[in-house]
Design a protein around this ligand. Structure first.
Ligand SMILES: [Mg+2]
Length: 267
């Protein structure tokens, strides 16, 4: 089945979840259903690409009926294989936690990672539900946390981690430690593997920009809760467009428009 689809794969869609395919506040994706059905009809692949962990993405991927496709998790630090293949074993996460244990305590004590917190404490710092906070702690590839030290101590902390091969990324609220891969690195590997004729990427935040720029067509979903993304490379030529609405409604309109443009509405 997979090899037949692989041979005839016209389109792979890479999409962020929160604020993009899924509404920020209601967590619904019903407005995107017409476009999801159109993609399914033409056997296009949909790759979820999120900051969420394996258990969180797995549940959503099942609900979206996309379990035949791999998903990009933990902001690109890792991959969730297609359904039925083995789940991530978490050894990278354990390596990151072991590296943290090697950092001098004068610096280490200023960083509180999710691994240092109980589920109830993660719930408190993230505002997630109890279930979601528990799943957010089930990490395989990256460690987000809060920084309590000074800027100088932070750069010393980053240098000490870098010497151990670990990258840091400031995400506004959380500082995330990983081995440095982002959503577009995973996207490149998936594109190589499936060799689709066309690619589309959709996202609403700075951590989606590399993915939007790497796709044949990028769609910026307006984010009413955050600062608008600056003008991206490719927007002037129309390779990157802005969706007319926020969240799943914008997702729906943009995908249906691009399917028409690519003449891919029918099987
Ligand atoms: Mg988002």
């Amino acid at each position: 089945m997979l090899s037949i689809m692989q041979n005839a794969l016209h389109l792979l869609v890479f999409t962020d979840l929160d604020g993009t395919l899924i509404d920020h506040d209601t967590y619904q994706w019903a407005p995107a259903q017409p476009a999801l059905c159109a993609l399914s009809r033409i056997h296009a692949g949909v790759i979820l690409a999120s900051s969420k962990t394996a258990p969180e993405v797995n549940a959503l991927r099942e609900a979206l009926d996309l379990a035949d496709w791999p998903a990009i998790i933990e902001n690109g630090a890792g991959l969730l294989p297609a359904h039925g293949q083995s789940a991530p074993d978490g050894h990278e996460y354990h390596q990151i936690r072991s590296a943290l244990a090697q950092i001098p305590n004068a610096l280490r004590r200023h960083f509180t990672g999710f691994g240092d917190l109980t589920p109830a404490e993660v719930e408190k710092v993230t505002g997630l539900s109890t279930t979601a906070a528990t799943q957010a702690k089930e990490r395989a590839f990256s460690e987000p946390g809060l920084w309590h030290g000074t800027e100088n101590e932070l750069s010393e902390f980053k240098n000490a981690l870098q010497a151990l091969g670990i990258s840091t990324r400031d995400g506004g609220r959380f500082l995330t430690l990983s081995y440095g891969k982002n959503k577009s690195d995973q996207m490149a590997a998936i594109v190589t593997r499936y060799a689709p004729k066309h690619t589309i990427a959709l996202g609403d935040a700075p951590n989606d920009v590399e993915m939007l720029e790497a796709a044949e067509f990028g769609v910026v979903i307006p984010n009413p809760n955050g600062r608008a993304l600056p003008k991206l490379v490719g927007e002037a030529k129309g390779r990157i467009i802005r969706a007319p609405e926020t969240g799943p409604a914008g997702w729906n309109a943009a995908i249906l428009g691009l399917l028409e443009k690519l003449d891919l509405q029918k099987d």
